[in-house]
Design a protein around this ligand. Sequence first.
Ligand SMILES: [Zn+2]
Length: 71
Amino acid sequence: MKKPQFESFRATSLYCKKCATAMPVRERLLLVLPEKEIFDYLCTGCGESVGEREVTASEKFGGVDGLSLLG
Ligand SMILES: [Zn+2]
């Protein structure tokens, strides 16, 4: 699995195949898992999903501190 380039920053505009251009996107919380959350990016023009992003617990809680919750 290749990681998408936009993963490291908050995307506001992504290429949409339907609109055939870069479009502003809406972020939607798609899935919540114990160790990560997955966000879906929807084109504001046509509503098509144009990408997704995973936010891991370590990213959210700032590293190893989050692990102590499991112990
Ligand atoms: Zn579109």
